[in-house]
Design a protein around this ligand. Structure first.
Ligand SMILES: NC(=O)c1ccc[n+]([C@@H]2O[C@H](COP(=O)([O-])OP(=O)(O)OC[C@H]3O[C@@H](n4cnc5c(N)ncnc54)[C@H](O)[C@@H]3O)[C@@H](O)[C@H]2O)c1
Length: 370
């Protein structure tokens, strides 16, 4: 009996549709000849949705997301919509989707492919072989805590933001990090600022309790400041790193430098639950998207690197659909394509002409078949 996974495609703006097309063709090629089928639905998000119906995410497309096993998103935004107020800008569609779908865990793997060790501004011997996963708490902490406001009184202007965490929020993200570590090299680093912040002291306490349930996991705590240094001085010492929202926002961008180009980086956002769609064969609902934005400077020119999107699709196969074998095959095909020197402009070697988005996608598919 065949298994059918429903994927909602939300290409978004700029290079989003270009990279999504290639990534979807790669996952179709990866399951060709198996009992697995993908059923794609399409929706609009960001600027494309604003242009079509005046809002960055329609109720109808949100419902389509709920009726799917996974959402595959490109990127949103661009100069055309920069003048709009915050609530109606393209980014509001993305934030609305994350909130409505309770996507509390943001996973950003950073793997340095051997062929690209020289593409990072860091020394080859530091980055070569680095392979880590930042697990960022996405729906709590400073970005959502109240009060968060500007104030003016006779003494002058002031502003306040609040960093709340409940033990339930900490427990579920650290637990997920431990489960992910089991599928990797079995090590978790929990990052906090427990020497100063109450919220971090609670984080450390709860993280220690969760870790006690995973005797097979090597668990350590790290302070965020020294961890920021270690991330670029000894990145190979990390496997899974778990942290609260703001620390994760900053450290995941720092970790991105290791890979050499934004165009290389995938991400997943999970809610830890099975899809709500009746009869779904998927194990965990998730939204998958490349880390990069809409790259307006190269959009529509066939220059975008589709690897970030392709590796995001591979994460979808692994985390939501349990198709580890096919995900491994895609990751290997990407590595082989890079080893063979086939690269878009952002990662091209000096003196070697870059290939187009479509040519790189086709090269990955050829190596999958081979
Ligand atoms: N998740 C998202 O949807 C998301 C994330 C970041 C930025 N944005 C939006 O994207 C727009 C542009 O933002 P930005 O310029 O700060 O970031 P960006 O990621 O779009 O681009 C930064 C640089 O990286 C390059 N780049 C990005 N993706 C690439 C790819 N796949 N291949 C090759 N090169 C690539 C771009 O050409 C550019 O030089 C803004 O409207 C911003 O709000 C959206």
């Amino acid at each position: 009996m065949s298994r059918t996974f429903k994927i909602l495609r939300l290409p978004g703006d700029g290079v989003g549709p270009e990279v999504l097309d290639e990534a979807c063709a790669v996952i179709e090629a990866a399951v060709a000849g198996t009992d697995v089928e993908f059923e794609f639905a399409d929706g609009l998000i960001g600027g494309a949705a604003i242009d079509a119906h005046g809002s960055p995410l329609s109720d109808e497309d949100l419902q389509k997301a709920r009726d799917s096993d996974a959402v595959f998103l490109g990127a949103v935004g661009g100069p055309k919509w920069d003048h709009l107020p915050k609530e109606t800008r393209p980014e509001a569609g993305l934030l609305g989707l994350r909130k409505a779908l309770e996507l509390f865990a943001n996973l950003r793997p950073v793997k340095v492919f051997d062929a690209l060790a020289g593409a990072s501004p860091l020394k080859d011997d530091i980055v070569a072989g680095a392979d880590l996963m930042v697990v960022r708490e996405l729906t709590g902490g400073l970005y959502f805590g109240q009060p968060s406001e500007r104030r003016t009184d006779p003494s002058g202007r002031s502003a306040i933001d609040t960093l709340p965490y409940h033990e339930i929020e900490i427990e579920r993200i650290v637990d997920l990090a431990c489960k992910i570590a089991r599928q990797r090299r079995g090590k978790v680093t929990s990052v906090d600022k427990a020497n100063v912040l109450n919220s971090s002291q609670l984080w450390r306490e709860v993280a220690t309790e969760v870790a006690a349930r995973y005797e097979d996991i090597e668990f350590e705590h790290a302070l965020v400041d020294s961890c920021a240094m270690a991330l670029i001085s000894r990145p190979k010492s990390f496997d899974v790193m778990v942290m609260e929202n703001l620390f994760g926002d900053i450290l995941s961008d720092e970790a991105a430098v290791l890979a050499g180009s934004l165009g290389m980086l995938p991400s997943a956002s999970l809610n830890g639950k099975a899809p709500t769609r009746p009869g779904s064969p998927a194990s965990m609902f998730g939204m998958y998207e490349p880390v990069h934005g809409t790259a307006p400077d190269i959009a529509g020119q066939g220059k975008a690197n589709p690897i970030g999107a392709t590796l995001s699709a591979s994460m979808m196969l692994r985390f939501s659909f349990g198709l580890d074998e096919q995900a491994d095959a895609i990751d290997a095909a990407v590595a082989q394509t890079l080893n063979d020197g086939i690269r878009t402009g952002d990662i091209a070697k000096a003196g070697t002409p870059p290939v187009s988005t479509a040519e790189l996608g086709a090269a990955i598919r050829e190596r999958l078949a081979g």
